[in-house]
Design a protein around this ligand. Sequence first.
Ligand SMILES: Nc1ncnc2c1ncn2[C@@H]1O[C@H](COP(=O)(O)OP(=O)(O)OP(=O)(O)O)[C@@H](O)[C@H]1O
Length: 500
Amino acid sequence: MDTKPLLHADKIDKSFGPTHAVKEVSLDFYPGEIHALIGENGSGKSTFTNMLTGIIPIGSGTFTLEGEQVAPRNQVDANHHGIAIVVQETGTLSGLTVAENMFLGDEDQFMHHGVKDTAAMNRRAQELLDSYGLGSIKATTVIDHYGFEERKLVEIVRSTYFDPKVLVVDETTTALSQSGRDKLFEVMRHVRELGHCVIFISHDMSEVLDMSDRISILRDGDYITTVEKKDVDEEQLKTLMVGRKMDDHYYRTDYPDYQSLPEGEVAIKAEHLKVPGQLDDVSICVHKGEIVGIGGLSECGMHEVGKALFGASYDREGTVTLSDGTEVNDINTAINHSIAYTSKDRDNESLLINDTIEDNITLPSMRDMGRFLSDKRLHAFAEKFAEAMSVKMVGVDQYVSALSGGNKQKVVLARWLGKGSEILILDSPTRGIDIKVKASIYSLLEKMRSEGKAVLIISEEIMELIGMCDRIYVMKDGKVNGELTRRPDLTEQDLIAKMV
Ligand SMILES: Nc1ncnc2c1ncn2[C@@H]1O[C@H](COP(=O)(O)OP(=O)(O)OP(=O)(O)O)[C@@H](O)[C@H]1O
């Protein structure tokens, strides 16, 4: 390129104890580009961008933005240098209002003679939300009132209001529904049009090709290469990421004849579920040996169905019943009756983030392992299932908080694999997971199906639903708006038509 880089990374390096996460990476980012950063789980993408955005200190090396060396001390400092990030997990703080979250660390602008003008701050926040078409999110409401997606949208608005030169979007899209994604893409394009730069981390290769101008690949902390979008296709990108050619057989290829198939026993059924403001008379069931999907737009209520089935929903009416007649009204009953649940909000609802991999994997299985539990046995159990899910780690005594996003998700799945659950309720099971592990999760689900387990996938990924499910419920406005059966010619449009 002839133009001067906007941001130059020179030999950026970082180790965490024995893990050399980023190895002397040098890279240029140009004005007016969306620059994707791709690589398998644990390849160092977040570590690289976390150093740029002040989330963690730089190990060694330098970042130079518009000719000036930058080493942000924290995210607010990064913002003041014109660098912003939308993180992979929840990036908003509980207990604060939407407006307080938006202006966190930047409240000075609303201070008059030592007193904060809260009304002015709320007004400004609401104006910003409205300008993004997000008027339904109220600036004065405590952020905890909102779900994962809305909290992400608040972060997106926050990350751009001061007009960053460099915007990092770290694996955010899989947390969003289609409309949320469209909003994010709009923001990214806008940043590019202004002549600034977006660093875009994603595991979705078609999205990477759609959105970015150039793509850089990291593998095991090493910088591999940078390619122009126009010069590569999905297959080539996958090969560059993994270092060898990938088998493209992700999804199921079987299409049973559902007309003549005797229906198996119902493993779990929900009848007339109601949750104020979320679910309005939802009835669904999953048979043994069946993979069922639920899809819909962001506000359709599908994530609440997962919680309701696991006994984790507040104010729920209606019933959830298992094949032996047991009613599930609380999480304990659910776990004791072999129900597994993975939440979309991984850090807050699925993991004990400040505990080790071993604690996280063994927790629900301890009772099954008998009374005389030795440390050695627990350790071996955790190792077995962590390895089965190819968790990239130093050892099972490592803290979960130190894992990359995709590897955290693998720990959640390893836990339920270890428990041998018969009913699996998986909300966004492949969120943040790289293509290689995605393929192994899909084959694991197929295996579970063939063993007679009941699997429910709640997902924003329409192709995942079409590719894996025997039946798909499509939800709209808290209700089931349609039910589709697996067939080779089922298209995204068939599902979208029932979502909107
Ligand atoms: N705070 C930490 N302490 C110890 N190790 C860490 C820490 N943060 C990251 N690592 C390790 O550094 C390596 C790179 O992780 P990183 O999060 O940068 O990967 P990534 O490419 O962003 O992965 P993903 O696609 O799963 O998000 C991993 O092996 C991870 O376990």
